[in-house]
Design a protein around this ligand. Structure first.
Ligand SMILES: *Cc1c(COP(=O)(O)O)cnc(C)c1O
Length: 246
């Protein structure tokens, strides 16, 4: 059994050191707990240490853990590939920010539902910075067009960008992915599109959070380094064409 409390301390220390190294303030980097496959009771342990930001990849898990997690106040983001037929549930289970908005078709359907419910929702645009087919996200060349289209809808409040980046044993290989995301963010800031905010850059995970922070991350998403190794390979979450026999 992993020691969640101690692991969170270690992560906080890594965030702190990376911030100091790059002349940033540790308060400007939010820690998001990536909770896929983690039982609700263990997530509660993390929330009780004072963490507030958590995210699931699948609507099914969001649903299963929802009741148990109401015991401690927290904020739900969503970081997985979202199918349009799951939109209602994402709203029902109080996801406040969809970090994985990667296509106009999804944005339009979400918009329709939000209009119907009289709500708005925060979103990050997910960009595929690593050119790997298996990962979701809008192509970097199409990101600005998508931002413009989504901004026109009115119910989706764009707060920034998200990327997964290249998965490599050498974290230096992921740096160009993070730089690319940062450069798209800068272009969007320069364009100053109405209703578009660009303060958030969600990038960096257990293995590469230091590099992400150096490159300007404002949200890092950490799973394994806090909750321990997962049973399923990440491809199960990142590529729906792969099925796992559980
Ligand atoms: C699982 C996941 C993470 C966390 O990855 P770790 O390597 O376990 O820290 C971050 N972002 C997304 C989108 C994920 O699916």
């Amino acid at each position: 059994m992993e020691n969640i409390i101690q692991n969170i301390c270690v992560i906080k220390d890594r965030i702190h050191k990376a911030c100091i190294k790059s002349g940033r303030c540790p308060h400007d980097v939010k820690l998001l707990l990536a909770t896929k496959t983690v039982p609700a009771e263990r997530i509660l342990m993390a929330l009780r240490t004072g963490e507030t930001l958590i995210a699931e990849n699948k609507v099914q898990e969001l649903k299963e853990k929802y009741d148990t997690l109401t015991a401690v106040p927290h904020i739900n983001h969503f970081i997985g590939h979202l199918q349009s037929n799951k939109i209602k549930e994402v709203l029902k289970y109080e996801v406040s920010c969809l970090q994985s908005l990667d296509r106009l078709e999804l944005a339009e359907k979400l918009h329709q539902r939000l209009l119907f419910e009289g709500k708005t929702m925060e979103v990050l645009i997910q960009v595929n910075t690593s050119n790997e087919d298996s990962k979701f996200g809008v192509h970097p060349d199409d990101a600005i067009t998508l931002v413009r289209e989504v901004a026109k809808l009115g119910t989706l409040k764009i707060k920034g960008l998200m990327t997964i980046g290249l998965l490599s044993a050498d974290p230096e290989h992921v740096k160009p992915c993070f730089r690319l995301l940062k450069s798209i963010q800068q272009r969007l800031i320069d364009l100053d599109i109405p209703e578009v905010e660009m303060e958030e850059l969600s990038m960096g995970m257990s293995g590469d959070l230091e590099i992400a922070i150096e490159e300007g991350a404002t949200i890092i998403r950490v799973g394994t380094a806090i909750f321990g190794e997962r049973m399923y390979p990440d491809s199960y979450y990142w590529d729906e064409s792969i099925t796992v026999n559980a």
